[in-house]
Ligand binder design. Sequence first.
Ligand code: SF4
Length: 63
Amino acid sequence: MAKEPWVDQDVCISCGLCTDNVPEVFRFADNGKAEAYDPAGASEDVIQRDAVDVCPVSCIHWR
Ligand code: SF4
């Protein structure tokens, strides 16, 4: 099975980088923190480059 990204919402500071860069995968949840609502919405390379690698608090992980 493919890797899936997930957001540690205890750490997310709601900066909006992942939701702006990869809106096919990330959005803000009702609690104001980012969530990976469609983990397969973009390639692993794009998610890594445009979300995981740029998250200022490194709270996007793979499982
Ligand atoms: S880039 Fe990181 S801190 Fe910013 S909204 Fe996404 S998960 Fe939260």
